[in-house]
Design a binder for this molecule. Structure first.
Ligand code: 3H9
Length: 687
């Protein structure tokens, strides 16, 4: 036998247990012994039934993603599933944890699937820029129907065991020792006798497919795909399952899989899969501190969202405000936000109550004394922050982690204002903090490693994607955003319009362009920040002086009439832009989409290279994780530094140099690391 596959017997039932930690991926060293075992068991007359189970925390979580992009070693998953379908005795997949991707496809090769009550089943390949390539798109609809399969495969979201049972994907759900239940299930089925139908020979799910309704839903999903190829291919492949004979549909699925697996989009999404996991790894990770209660200072939009993020992760939260009224206002907003989730059906009344029960409001700093982590989300001003940290220094228990949610300020300076700089770090949440995935964890010069390790772990527990960054103005995300933003104004003055620039961004795959984003976030934030730093942006500043702060005032770069959230072009803004350009003596000219990309995205990449060079980010992939999870950089392009590799660093440098010569602006001066990257093809080479 093999280290990765154990075959045992319980009477006449054989249990083949895959053991390939951590997630039982179907690596070559699993596939090979599994294939051999299945052939031997098929031909062994003493075996009445076969159970396929997994050791450890989960059923098979998919194909081994690290094998993609290399020549596939035989046997492939498809051959294993085909072999399963030649077995006349009953085969049963015993699913605990997660049966994902190739894991579910393996289970679909069995006659029956039984699941632990807590199991989840899904085909998440779309998130890797792929479609299920082991027959999933052709077999799943045969059990659950084409529309349900379409939704599962295009969203990639797994379903729970109970839902899977109701949909016909799972034959029985058990609590307790799953293997014992699965063996009993298999024995009973074998006793009743066959023939046992393979999924390929079943079509109950396909019988009543309303193809017009299917196509309408598929078209809607395609519109939302924002240039991603995988969701479209998934939908096409499920449709093939309805319209083509089984083997033809399977062959078509294979062809689509081969095309996608070699695509830049899938490479980008696989890069991000590993990048997110890599980002959470801390060199020299030390012991962790215990976090039982979290304090949050400030119950405004940011503080309230942060408090909700912790409550959602089951942490009791002490929420502090300066006055009783502000506290009640903050708590009422939190209550309202949870009620919206209840109305939408994403939260039960019970869960809402449980979350609200986590909150303890206070106006007295002394009430933070029992908190193990305290996050301040007060006004973005160094003097105010120092005052807060002075108070925290006086009341917080020894070893409590003191975090600031500052977006820009120098955390070393904040830390130095306390007697315990080793306990101070930054937790830069993104708004709305209870929704946005990204958390920049800012390591100050004196931050203790165990404090850092604690918050990295905590971030994962509350469902955040964490990236550890160093101290600089704006950290990774906002510093690069500033490099992108500096040219947007200039482009307007030279002849582009906000909607033209935003369109180039959405065509690139962003959910929205810089002006739509500014309007959404509130133009006053940047305005305040610029004023504090003695900077200006003539158009955005003028808009703010006119009280045009964006969506919240109904007017910004665009118009939002009658509470609409859809931006409408405002001729007044276009006149304002032309007037300001005339004042500066700039004659408008036609601006191309290429120029917009070169002058906004290339400086963004250049700034990323500088950040990497300075050690503010530890890895190029960390920067990609920040931009995809915090700023909407298109996943299919893998993040700015991954995309730089696709775009061609040589070309980027050439154009940066051109713009540097033309404008003399620093943002265009190619970073030395970008030049090294162009020579070596690797960001790491010089970093
Ligand atoms: C597929 O199946 C294609 C087929 O249709 C067709 C084939 C022909 N492979 O996430 P975690 C590693 S595509 C290789 O931190 P969790 C991961 O990198 C696949 N490695 O754990 C990490 O390594 P490290 C479809 C994998 O408990 C470690 O395992 N399936 C794979 O938070 C722990 O991972 C998917 O897309 C893999 N498939 O979450 C499922 N999966 O420790 C992808 C994980 O060195 N996986 N690793 O950093 C997941 O969604 C989560 O890992 C899972 C566990 C929910 C299972």
């Amino acid at each position: 036998m093999s280290d990765f596959l154990k075959v045992s017997r319980d009477g006449d039932v054989v249990i083949a247990t895959i053991d390939n930690p951590p997630v039982n991926a179907l690596s070559f060293h699993v596939r090979e012994p599994l294939m051999q075992a299945l052939v031997a068991l098929r031909d062994d007359a003493s075996v009445a039934a076969i159970v396929i189970a997994c050791a450890g925390r989960t059923f098979v979580a998919g194909a081994d993603i690290t094998e993609f992009g290399k020549p596939m070693q035989q046997p492939e998953l498809r051959a294993i599933v085909a072999t399963l379908e030649t077995i006349a005795k009953p085969t049963v997949a015993a699913i605990h944890g997660t049966a994902l991707g190739g894991g579910l496809e393996l289970a679909l090769g069995c006659h029956f699937r039984v699941a632990d009550a807590g199991a989840k089943l899904g085909l998440p390949e779309v998130k890797l820029g792929l479609l299920p390539g082991g027959g999933g798109t052709v077999r799943l609809p045969r059990l659950v129907g084409a529309v349900k399969a379409l939704r599962m495969i295009v969203s990639g979201t797994p379903v729970g065991a109970t839902e899977a049972h109701a949909a016909g994907l799972v034959d029985a759900v058990f609590e307790g020792d799953l293997t014992t239940h699965a063996v009993n299930f298999a024995r009973e089925i074998a006793r009743k006798g066959g023939p046992f139908r393979s999924v390929r020979d079943r079509n109950e799910g396909l019988k009543e497919t309303d193809l017009a309704a299917f196509d309408a839903e598929a078209a809607d999903l395609a519109r939302k795909a924002r240039g991603l190829e995988a969701p479209i291919a998934c939908a096409q492949s499920v449709r093939n399952a309805v319209t083509l004979p089984f083997d033809a549909a399977l062959a078509a699925e294979r062809a689509l899989f081969v095309k996608l697996v070699g695509s830049d989009q899938s490479r980008a999404q696989r890069h991000l899969f590993f990048a997110e996991r890599e980002a959470a790894k801390l060199a020299g990770k030390d012991t962790k501190r215990r976090i039982a209660r979290v304090g949050v200072i400030g119950a405004g939009t940011m503080g309230g969202g942060i408090a909700m993020a912790f409550a959602n992760g089951d942490y009791p939260v002490t929420l502090l405000e300066t006055s009783h009224e502000a506290l009640q206002r903050g708590l009422a907003t939190i209550d309202r936000n949870y009620s919206v989730s209840v109305t939408r059906g994403s939260l039960s009344e019970d869960a809402k109550r449980q979350r609200l029960d986590q909150f303890k409001g206070s106006t007295d700093y002394a009430d933070l004394a029992d908190c193990d982590l305290i996050v301040e989300a007060v006004f973005e001003d160094m003097a105010v922050k120092k005052e807060v940290f002075g108070k925290l220094d006086a009341v917080a228990k020894p070893g409590a982690i003191l975090a600031t949610n500052t977006s820009y300020l120098d955390i070393n300076e904040i830390a130095a204002s306390t007697s315990r700089p080793q306990d101070v770090l930054g937790l830069h949440f993104f708004s709305p903090a209870n929704v946005m995935k990204l958390l920049e964890i800012v390591r100050a010069d004196k931050t203790a490693l165990d404090a850092l390790a604690t918050v990295v772990d905590l971030a994962r527990r509350i469902g955040k994607v964490a990236v550890v960054v160093g101290v600089c103005h704006g950290f990774v995300g906002n510093r690069m955003l500033a490099a992108r933003g500096s040219e947007s104004e200039a482009l307007l003055l030279e002849g582009a319009t906000p909607s033209q620039i935003d369109q180039v961004f959405t065509d690139f795959g962003w959910p929205m362009g810089p002006f739509q984003m500014g309007d959404l976030a509130g133009l006053d934030i940047g305005w305040r920040n610029r004023k504090a730093r003695g900077l200006s942006a003539v158009i955005a500043d003028t808009l703010c002086e006119q009280g045009r702060f964006g969506q919240k005032t109904g007017r910004g770069f665009y118009l939002y009439e009658n509470g609409s959230r859809t931006p409408a072009t405002d001729p007044e803004v276009e006149v304002l832009i032309r007037d300001k350009a005339a004042e500066k003596g700039i004659a408008p000219r036609a601006i191309s989409a290429e120029e917009i990309i070169e002058r906004t995205l290339y400086p963004l990449i250049n700034e990323g290279a500088k950040i990497l060079e300075e050690g503010i980010a530890a890895r190029a992939s960390d920067i990609d994780v920040v931009w995809v999870n915090g700023y909407g950089f298109p996943v299919g392009k893998g993040g700015p530094l991954f995309w730089a590799g696709l775009e061609g660093p040589g070309k980027i440098i050439e154009r940066l140099e051109y713009w540097h010569q033309r404008t003399g602006k620093d943002v265009f001066k190619p970073a030395p690391l970008l030049k090294r990257m162009a020579e070596t093809g690797s960001w790491e080479a010089g970093g």
